[in-house]
Write a protein that binds this ligand. Structure first.
Ligand SMILES: *[C@@H]1O[C@H](CO)[C@@H](O)[C@H](O)[C@H]1NC(C)=O
Ligand SMILES: *[C@@H]1O[C@H](CO)[C@@H](O)[C@H](O)[C@H]1NC(C)=O
Ligand SMILES: *[C@@H]1O[C@H](CO)[C@@H](O)[C@H](O)[C@H]1NC(C)=O
Ligand SMILES: *[C@@H]1O[C@H](CO)[C@@H](O)[C@H](O)[C@H]1NC(C)=O
Ligand SMILES: *[C@@H]1O[C@H](CO)[C@@H](O)[C@H](O)[C@H]1NC(C)=O
Ligand SMILES: *[C@@H]1O[C@H](CO)[C@@H](O)[C@H](O)[C@H]1NC(C)=O
Ligand SMILES: *[C@@H]1O[C@H](CO)[C@@H](O)[C@H](O)[C@H]1NC(C)=O
Length: 305
């Protein structure tokens, strides 16, 4: 009966966790604004590439958001990219972790092709395609006459800042080539404090992803009008990617994500069902007194289906 009690226990734990997760996800308020189309001037909508690649065309853009439901601080500001394959094999390998951690010791740019050296052969720090393609749109927010300050501190994982990006490695020869891939880095700030870079370099597994841009420590009321001034710099037009700005309150679970809740509910429900099924089998055929190993075989049949 050990197997049955394990199933039962897992079910009894998972089902409430699932319910709580789902309830928490319901409370999250999100404002999502896709701006990559809207920010292209009307006379250039059929030539977006010319627009984004032409440095003389201003990239500022103003968006108006209406708060649908009260949002308690902290409000998380994310950018969301769609159709961006950060997990592409060639892309995801184009980095050198030893360099980020300790350039003096490693002194290397291996595996960073095609962003290893500048045209005149100087090593690039941070090297590689991932760093090179650092997201470079910027946002600022006002409500009425007030600026809503975006706090960009502590947006990255503490463990990344402390162990993966050195506080004595500084960007050099970065984004110096003919083709600019994204944001430039201030070369007097060590990598461990380049939080946008650190966030970006924790690559996403899926082609649609969100990355934290900052936090706003102000409560927003329903019907508040937020003006967003943004710089629409980043080129997603060449591969048909979408750009979205997301304002979100977050619970202890992180975001508006029902998946985890459902996953817990389904696994938990299945476990309880199996516990009952096994108990029934046991009661119907007590004379055979099924040993646990048989039960396990039976269980694996279920899971193989
Ligand atoms: C598009 O319109 C803007 C003004 O709204 C103008 O400055 C720009 O030159 C125009 N671009 C083209 C390609 O017509
Ligand atoms: C960039 O835009 C300006 C004005 O909008 C235009 O005169 C110029 O030809 C464009 N440059 C390129 C390389 O398309
Ligand atoms: C890194 O290696 C190159 C060539 O091996 C050498 O010239 C350079 O001085 C080294 N740099 C550091 C910081 O050790
Ligand atoms: C809001 O920010 C802008 C630009 O940074 C600045 O010019 C303005 O004085 C600020 N306004 C207030 C009320 O702080
Ligand atoms: C932003 O990144 C794009 C590439 O996506 C680049 O063409 C552009 O020059 C960059 N702009 C700024 C202001 O960094
Ligand atoms: C780079 O960072 C230093 C130190 O924080 C600062 O004094 C300087 O103004 C920054 N430079 C630029 C171009 O932002
Ligand atoms: C927001 O606006 C809607 C319609 O304009 C109104 O019905 C609602 O009461 C307002 N909510 C708040 C909290 O002011």
């Amino acid at each position: 009966m050990q197997v049955v009690s394990v199933f039962f226990l897992v079910g009894v734990v998972f089902v409430p966790v699932g319910v709580v997760s789902l309830l928490a996800a319901q409370d999250v308020v999100e404002i999502i604004d896709r701006y990559d189309h809207a920010c292209v001037p009307p006379n250039m909508t059929d030539n977006k590439l010319a627009y984004i690649q032409n440095e003389t065309i201003p990239k500022d853009c103003t968006r108006t958001l209406t708060v649908t439901k009260e949002m308690k601080q902290p409000i998380y500001v994310y950018y969301q990219l769609d159709n961006f394959y950060q997990n592409h094999r060639r892309y995801v390998k184009s980095r050198n972790d030893a360099q980020l951690r300790d350039y003096k010791k490693s002194n290397t740019t291996t595996s960073c092709d095609p962003e290893r050296f500048t045209a005149d052969g100087k090593p690039i720090v941070p090297c590689g395609l991932i760093a090179w393609s650092l997201f470079n749109d910027t946002y600022s927010f006002t409500r009425g006459k007030d600026n809503l300050t975006v706090d960009k501190k502590d947006i990255s994982w503490k463990s990344d800042r402390e162990h993966k990006f050195a506080n004595n490695v500084y960007p050099s020869n970065f984004q110096n080539g003919a083709l600019i891939g994204g944001k430039k880095l201030n070369s007097s700030i060590p990598l461990s404090e380049q939080e946008d870079l650190i966030v970006w370099m924790r690559t996403a597994a899926l082609p649609t992803f969100r990355k934290l841009y900052g936090r706003i420590y102000v409560d927003l009321k329903a019907n508040d009008t937020i003006i967003v001034r943004l710089s629409n710099n980043y080129n997603t037009y060449s591969f048909g990617g979408k750009k979205k700005l997301v304002l979100s309150t977050a619970t202890w679970l992180g975001g508006k994500n029902d998946f985890l809740g459902f996953a817990y509910l389904i696994v938990g429900g299945l476990c309880i069902f199996l516990a009952f099924a096994f108990t029934l089998l046991y009661l119907i055929k007590p004379s055979n007194a099924m040993p646990a190993s048989n039960l396990l075989d039976f269980g694996s049949v279920w899971f193989d289906m």
